[in-house]
Design a protein around this ligand. Sequence first.
Ligand SMILES: [Zn+2]
Length: 255
Amino acid sequence: MDIVETSPLGETSPLGEASLLAAFAEAMPIAARRASLTGGTGLVIVDEVNGFATVGAGPLAPARENASVARMITETDRLAHDFAARDWPILAFLDSHQPGKAEPPYPPHCEIGTGQENLVPGLAWLENCPQAQLMRKDCINGYIGAERPDGSNVVRDWIARYQLQSVVVVGICTDICVMDFVLTLLSARNHGLVAPLRDIVVYGPGCSTYNLPRDQALAIGLPATAGHPQELAHHLGLYVMAARGAVLADEIVFA
Ligand SMILES: [Zn+2]
């Protein structure tokens, strides 16, 4: 007998994403806590661009309204205003590609000139925010994308310039661009590349990922392995980052 459930996203799934998520949370729990921030903290916003987060804005954007993505933007906007009001630094990555230059395994996305490569409307104010530095990157991992030809690195320089002891990371996708950046930054920290950085905080409500349940992947001609149920993938991303040493937060307060 097939059991069809309604997922938290309001979509039916024969795999029962809600049941799987509950089972995941039981077997691979995550423990988020309230993070109390002091000075010496920077905010990193990963790829909250139209091509990933504005409905209908491209092949990798949500096809319709998505509560998790909307929440991410609202939470990021709130945090960014909190940081700017305190004159704390913000670094925003913008996934941006030269037209025609592929980024396998993904279809063309966020090509320069399409508008997909720019911040979502709700965060466009950061383009004129004195505390914010915007950095375009052409690969998943923002730490790698920050490498300059001369061997210097935008992320390392930003951390050193502001003598950051902690960073808060938000953005999309939890299990892709956010995760790759956070895991690499953890290694960079442990290797002594980003002193005085100590804490890498991932704010879960400020992160999201895309939704492509297995049945929808099959329906559009993709293999089953393209299946990517949103809440499960988000949970997995948070779990892996926490397991590697990131601090998970579900609430941010300012000390
Ligand atoms: Zn890309």
